[in-house]
Design a protein around this ligand. Sequence first.
Ligand code: HEC
Length: 307
Amino acid sequence: MHFGLRAVSTMHHLLGKLFILVLCLNSSIWATQDLVFYDFKGKKSVLSFKEMNRRFQSDVIEVMNPASLTLEKYKAISFRKILNHVYGEDQWEKGFGIKTKSTYNYEPLIEVYKFQNREPYLAYAKADGTPFKSYFKDKKKLMNLAPYYLIWVEDYKNTNAARRRHHWPYKVASISLEKDPPVKLIPHVKKGTSEYWGFKNYLKQCFMCHQAYGVGGKSEGEIITNGLTKKFTDKKLALYIGNPVSVNPKSKMPEFPLRIDLRVKRIKDIVAYLRYLEKNDPSKIAKQKKRKFNSKDIDQVLRELKD
Ligand code: HEC
């Protein structure tokens, strides 16, 4: 009897400890919403949520959420002001793009000109005080957007909604400046070929989730060296990219943007590029041919990637 009671009290004690542990873990995730920054050289700096709010004015921003297609109001800070503060005015504009990294390893590389042509904001709360959540993808599941959600103020009536939806990363935890496009993934082919256009489209539509030869977003991992692309015929691969659930009913991969212009051609070009990658590790080719990208090449690629 005595023994039984002691066991129960020990268990209470342990549960209490566990409870405190869970509380600590929770507070480290939700209470301190630090944002981590890396500069061109990979040097790290951190801006705490407190400092961000002390330094910058928050605005209430109304945007059309491209996933749920509803108007939503957020408490947000001008992202350009933050970039100017962290990296120095105009400094962040000197590279190719800005990569945001989400807590689940989604890593879009967003071209610098997009931050210049539109008004980017870093949202950290819903303006009406409701939980920082929104509907995504299947529109049935509410997603927590914390720590930060990158939103854009733009003239959504005059721009293609389907194109925008790929650059609204949520759960953003860090930011890094990228001087160049991922040089390792640039195919060594003539500009204007299907493989080359495929690379450009791959960068915009696939790179954030997948890796090729270890380069790219880590949320879904490698697709080339582990043979995932190889197992499909060209036709099946194009079908999978255009409509993943038609090939795999349980697929969680987003379909290639529906309202984008030249959709079929873009998908075909991506398939051609993936086939190229299967046969050639571009970084190895660069070594074999001793072809190093000099700044002139990069400038050319930058210009081309803008259109
Ligand atoms: C938002 C993240 C995301 C993006 C963007 C994305 N994928 Fe995927 N991809 C996935 C997920 C998740 C899977 C796992 C299988 C599934 O759910 O269909 C996957 C699987 C794959 C596979 C393997 C399929 C299999 O059956 O093993 C290939 C090949 C692939 N993706 C190619 C692409 C290409 C090409 C693009 C760009 C046009 C792309 N993905 C864009 C999330 C993504």
